[in-house]
Ligand binder design. Structure first.
Ligand code: GLU
Length: 494
């Protein structure tokens, strides 16, 4: 190794005593069969969970669990500005609600005897990133950069003017070949700095790779000296991804398509760090139909883009899962029709069957799935779900609906229709059920016949109907009753 680089690494990271080999020993390869997949969810704790996150989470979970692997949660909290208190708990809660089970990760206690691949909060892994950053500097693959924001802006303006790629590279990378003494002086006087990759890529070359969902992908090779550590020593997403997914032994990275263009940078990083790269599977965007054309499901415009929406509206988690499976793998629906008695977990999920461009999210379709899911439930099961939902969102109304639980169950049964083998499938979600049932629970409801005096005959019929009908009528006696009212008013010949 070049002694200048060693000197530089020591000046930059005097506190680092561990080596990459120490980390390899601390986080050995997982003891799993070679076909088992290790996947992870890496949310930023911003408080908002997009439906797209659930879509990716389900793909991750299915991939891990259908291969006997591990699915873990890593919190990507390196951007301190974007954090919301309680956000991690909310993520875990949501995943649990939708029955997306995590095996390991943030806020999940490791099982006894299990190797702990944590910490799972990136904010607690600074010392790990620094071990590997130091090693890159020692090998001449990373260097400190002291350029100010103004200087970077100047470079950008020049590049734009000359119609060149913007970024820190080649002749524009002023700190790349800086004299060691000068660098050491700047470090000694604590000049603000970042750490950059010394890219070996070339502008104009193409990088090829195979994505598990997108297929063969061609992208420009990376040639920019991207930032690895920010001025506060915190890693960028790129560096943290390479370090964490290697040391946590992720086998397939399933993440949103917005990261696809970063793969050349990530592969260069894995290469420099002497890590085997994971497989990548980039999930397509969720879209919705808007006035005949498709557009991205947007956080700002579409309430249904938030996971909270489905909980607040009281969609059953099974309906959401089943619907997501139908958009995850297009053969799922046929499989389900052919195997009605099997569990969703028995479906042979495949990444390669996932859509690779704009996945249409259709809430009407979700509603249909939901009607079927509720349609298969007993009135008691629906009542239980309804009670939990009321407790969570309208606790002061639980008493109204559940004062006489048996009556509520009877009413739900009535709404399901009385024919056991041909139940009505009207229930979409708990909020709609609440509306549907409110009619039966309005204690102040007094029928007012006065405005109907011009319709005396109709009012008489209704009064007769009201008197003669009981909640326990079955379909035959109900119809007989109706016929006899009809006959009384001469609607039916004798
Ligand atoms: N923190 C990244 C995000 O929220 C995760 C990307 C990844 O899964 O690697 O977009």
């Amino acid at each position: 190794m070049n002694s200048d680089y060693i000197k530089l690494a020591q000046a930059l990271f005097p506190e680092v005593t561990l080596s990459p080999e120490d980390l390899e020993r601390r986080y050995p390869p997982r003891n799993l069969p070679p076909t088992s997949e290790v996947t992870r969810l890496g949310p930023s704790p911003t408080g908002f969970i997009h439906l797209g996150n659930l879509y990716s989470a389900l793909a991750n979970e299915r991939l891990a669990h259908s291969t006997g692997g591990v699915f873990f949660l890593r919190v990507e909290d390196t951007d301190l500005k974007r954090q919301t208190p309680g956000a991690v708990e909310a993520i875990i809660n949501s995943l649990r609600y939708f029955k997306i089970n995590l095996d390991q990760g943030a806020l999940i206690a490791p099982k006894p005897g299990q190797i702990d691949y944590g910490p799972y909060f990136q904010s607690q892994r600074k010392d790990i990133y620094h071990v590997l950053a130091k090693n890159l500097v020692e090998r001449g693959l990373a260097y400190p950069c002291f350029c100010s924001e103004e200087k970077l802006e100047e470079i950008r303006a020049k590049q734009t003017e000359q119609k060149l790629n913007t970024g820190y590279y080649g002749a524009f990378a002023a700190c790349r070949e800086m004299d060691l003494d000068k660098v050491l002086e700047k470090i000694a006087s604590s000049q603000p700095r970042v750490l950059r990759l010394r890219s070996k890529g070339q502008s104009g070359l193409t990088f090829f790779f195979s994505d598990q969902i997108m297929g063969q992908v061609e992208l420009p090779e990376n040639f920019k000296d991207i930032v690895l550590l920010k001025s506060d020593g915190i890693p960028t997403y790129h560096f943290a991804h390479a370090v964490d997914d290697h040391l946590m032994r992720t086998t397939t990275v399933v993440r949103g398509v917005e990261w696809l263009s970063s793969v050349p940078v990530h592969r260069e990083l894995f290469n420099f760090l002497n890590f085997n790269p994971p497989k990548y599977a980039h999930t397509a965007q969720l879209m919705k139909l808007d006035g005949g054309s498709k557009r991205k499901l947007s956080k700002r415009e579409d309430p249904e883009s938030s996971l909270d929406y489905y909980r607040q509206e009281g969609y059953h988690p099974k309906a959401t899962r089943v619907y997501l499976m139908t958009i995850l793998n297009s053969n799922f629906e046929d499989w389900r029709n052919e195997n009605p008695s099997l569990n969703l977990e028995d479906f042979p999920f495949e990444l390669s069957k996932m859509g690779n461009s704009g996945i249409l999210f259709d809430i009407q379709k979700l509603n249909d799935v939901s009607r079927n899911v509720f349609g298969d439930f007993t009135a008691e099961q629906i009542a239980n779900f309804f009670r939990d939902w009321l407790d969570e969102f309208y606790s002061q109304q639980t008493k109204t609906y559940f004062e006489d639980e048996q009556r509520l169950i009877q009413i739900i049964r009535l709404n399901q229709g009385l024919m056991e083998n041909r139940k009505r499938k009207d229930i979409v979600c708990a909020s709609q059920l609440k509306e549907l049932l409110s009619f039966y629970f309005d204690q102040s409801f007094i029928p007012v016949f006065e405005p109907l005096k011009n319709f005396k005959r109709a009012v008489d019929i209704l009064k007769d109907y009201l008197q003669s009908m009981g909640q326990t009528n079955d379909s035959v006696s109900w119809f007989d009753n109706l016929k006899s009212i009809g006959q009384r008013y001469n609607y039916f010949p004798k």
